[in-house]
Design a protein around this ligand. Structure first.
Ligand code: IPE
Ligand code: IPE
Ligand code: MG
Length: 255
């Protein structure tokens, strides 16, 4: 028999779940170091953490999950690690796209797709997106060769081109938002970074403008659906204001 569900175990209010959770999957190298293993073993161990977290997102009923897999700055790593990460992401898609399809997960990629991303990987990315495009249960966005500054520069360039062509008059917030990597992506409600680092590292700078930030000490390969639910519990204890004033108590003279 099934025990209590993830929501119940963590005392979550199912009516106040974050719709969009974004994750910075950090700490693979340190996890491997602590086990006396090469860094790449940490990346491999991160796969199970990702798929358990996706199961958690499905169980909670989140609609959007975005994960940072490879940044525009990660090309600065040693060539052997970069090569490993390219191959690893390719193999992960080959092995597990079917499972995501079965689970009714729509997979989308954000990030630049030109050089130096190998053509074979770009084709696989496009195949995976097409194969899962009809699903709406959960949208899993994978940020690969992604950097928010590159995304914003690309959006500004598109807006400039559209102004020059007479297709756009004013470059306002809506015009830029419509030219981001995935204009359908909703704002981030909860941004979680693992491994104890407390920085954004060029991730979703536009979309996370009002996200609640949660920094977990757990190294990514040790993350799982329970950790996801813990972060959601922290989120639910926060007071989101979006620039408004706090509620004025009813007995206050101004109230
Ligand atoms: C995150 O883990 C994975 C990627 C950035 C691809 P790291 O590889 O950054 O692990 P640490 O931060 O060095 O421990
Ligand atoms: C951010 O992690 C990128 C990913 C998780 C893919 P990094 O480990 O690259 O970030 P920094 O270098 O510590 O800021
Ligand atoms: Mg790191």
């Amino acid at each position: 028999m099934d025990g209590p569900g993830l929501c119940e175990r963590h005392g979550l209010d199912p009516s106040r779940l974050p719709a969009h959770v974004a994750l910075i999957m950090d700490g693979n190298g340190r996890w491997a170091n602590r086990q006396g293993l090469p860094r790449n073993a940490g990346h491999e161990a991160g796969e199970a953490a990702l798929f358990d977290t996706v199961e958690g997102a499905l169980e909670l009923g989140l609609t959007d999950l975005t994960v940072y897999a490879f940044s525009t700055e990660n090309w600065r790593r040693p060539p052997s690690e970069v090569r490993f990460l390219l191959n690893f992401n390719e193999s992960l898609l080959l092995r597990r796209a079917g499972e995501l399809d079965e689970r009714q997960v729509r997979v989308r990629f954000i990030g630049r797709r030109g050089r130096p991303v190998p053509k074979r990987l770009v084709r696989l990315i496009e195949d995976t997106e097409a194969r899962t495009a009809r699903h709406r249960r959960l949208t899993l966005r994978i940020a690969f060769n992604y950097g928010a500054r590159a995304e914003l520069a690309d959006a500004a360039q598109r807006a400039a081109d559209d102004v020059a062509a007479g297709r756009l008059v004013t470059v306002d917030e809506a015009a830029l938002a419509a030219r981001l990597a995935d204009p359908e992506m909703p704002d981030v409600d909860l941004l979680v970074r693992t491994s104890g680092e407390q920085r954004i590292s060029n991730y979703l700078l536009w979309q996370a403008a009002y996200a609640e930030l949660v920094f977990a000490e757990t190294l990514w390969p040790d993350f799982d659906r329970e950790e996801l639910a813990r972060a959601v519990a922290i989120y639910q204890a926060r007071d989101r204001r979006f620039g408004t004033a706090m509620d004025t108590p009813a007995d206050h003279p101004d109230g």
